[in-house]
Write a protein that binds this ligand. Structure first.
Ligand code: XUL
Ligand code: CO
Length: 436
């Protein structure tokens, strides 16, 4: 393997007293937590697009990162070096998975046929790297938002010709995931939304997306792809009014169009906060429905207010997130994909290591804190006691459909004015911060 990170050795766990910036302080892959290794709880993945294709450009300035894997003479040569860098990085970091978009891994060709063949060539190479390194594919997706043909949307495009291109791309991306043993396939509808209702028929566009998803489900069955389909909600950016605004909207869409059994949700922290929720809220919406399929791990910056995709370093929301994950039995075939990029000013390739180490340590601390909260039991016990009336008597029978408005009125008249109990928010927050 050619080396792109020659000065970096395998990142090891050294414990919380270590001052080595290239060591884990909390992430100890083989440490057992509640009967499972940390590695198995987390199932960390590196995102090809941010870690290897991000240039540091923003709406006000061009790229600034000078990456050694971007020096090749042709787009395919660059793609091959990028892939070598990807597997070297992941092996040195010691995470089990990666994720990619078709166009991160393989460049768009001059023709459709060339694009298809570029992807096939690089998938064949990735298969060899996966075998050599043991690194696995958590999920892949098709980039249905960068090319100018998707300017008015992908599956929701007013022109079926564009939707045919989108179908071609997803078909080939599904072939790639199947070939690479990927465990999930993600749909993120970046341009499936609209700019103005003056030029948009919302009813049609939502029906088109649903018909498109049905074709994807059928094709997966046809080729024997048994991985999990995931939808990743986002409220806006790049399009306004994205049709998959948040987790609850996605679940409603799936129910409306008879897709509920075929999909789960990929919750991204910064997307949940852009939708005006907390990260833990969208996780809870999915987890309580048995639909939590994966997490795109990152965080936003409240002082900027757009999708900054920063590496997560804030332990409080991560602990709350891991509480939901642990209490509801994990993420199934999903994991924690770092859909996060280093800041524009973090110019060096070593910054990519610091960023991932910090994100992994933050989640490891969150996992340990969440497990200790569960073990101590006060928060669970408080919550259970708060709802105890629903486990017995008329509360229980109302849930069983055995009460009426009249019978409940009779109960109210019998019992008189209820006495409100404290919600104890501050006490519960103190328990959370003590565990951290
Ligand atoms: C965009 C985003 C994407 C998806 C995959 O905000 O999160 O990277 O995760 O297309
Ligand atoms: Co994402």
């Amino acid at each position: 393997m050619s080396e792109f990170f020659p000065d970096i050795k395998k990142i090891e766990f050294e414990g919380k007293d270590s001052r080595n910036p290239l060591a884990f302080k909390y992430y100890d892959a083989k440490r057992m937590v509640a009967g499972k290794t940390m590695e198995d709880h987390m199932r960390f993945a590196v995102a090809y697009w941010h870690t290897f294709k991000s240039t540091g450009s923003d709406p006000f300035g061009a790229g600034v990162f000078d990456r050694p894997w971007n020096k090749g003479a042709t787009p395919m040569a660059i793609a091959e070096d990028t892939m070598a860098a990807n597997f070297e990085f992941i092996t040195k970091l010691g995470v089990p998975y990666y994720c990619f978009h078709d166009r991160d891994m393989a460049p768009e060709g001059e023709t459709f046929a060339e694009s298809i063949s570029n992807l096939e060539t690089l998938v064949a190479k990735a298969k060899v790297y996966q075998k050599e390194t043991g690194v696995k594919l958590l999920w892949a997706t098709a980039n249905l938002f960068s090319h100018p043909r998707y300017v008015h949307g992908a599956a929701s495009n007013p022109d079926p010709h564009v939707v045919a291109c989108c179908a071609m791309q997803v078909r080939r991306a599904l072939d790639a995931v199947k070939e690479l043993g990927g465990e999930n396939y993600v749909f993120w509808g970046g341009r499936e939304g609209y700019e103005t209702l003056l030029n948009t028929e919302m009813k049609r566009e939502r029906e088109q997306i649903a018909a498109f998803f049905h074709m994807c489900v059928d094709y997966a069955k046809k080729i024997g792809f048994t991985g999990q389909f995931l939808i990743e909600p986002k409220p806006h950016e790049p399009t306004k009014h994205q049709y998959d605004f948040d987790a609850a909207t996605v679940l409603g869409f799936l129910r409306e169009f008879d897709l509920y059994d075929d999909f789960k949700v990929n919750v991204e922290a910064n997307h949940a906060t852009l939708a005006g929720h907390t990260f833990e809220h969208d996780l809870m919406v999915c987890a309580t429905a048995g639909k939590l399929g994966n997490i795109d791990a990152n965080m936003g910056d409240p002082t900027l207010g757009w999708d900054t995709d920063q590496f997560p370093t804030d332990i409080n929301p991560i602990t709350r997130a891991m509480l939901v994950v642990l209490e509801y039995g994990g993420m199934g075939t999903g994991g924690l994909n770092f859909d996060a990029k280093v800041r524009r000013g973090s110019l060096d390739t070593i910054d990519l290591f610091y960023a991932h180490i910090g994100g992994m340590d933050t989640f490891a601390r969150g996992l340990l804190a969440a497990q200790s909260i569960i073990d101590e039991g006060q928060i669970t016990e408080f919550r259970q006691n708060r709802y105890v009336g629903w486990d017995k008597d008329f509360g229980k029978s109302m849930l069983e459909g055995k009460q009426t408005l009249e019978s409940m009125e009779a109960k109210a008249l019998e019992l008189g004015e209820p006495k409100a109990e404290s919600g104890r928010q501050e006490m519960l927050e103190n328990i959370l911060i003590s565990a951290i």
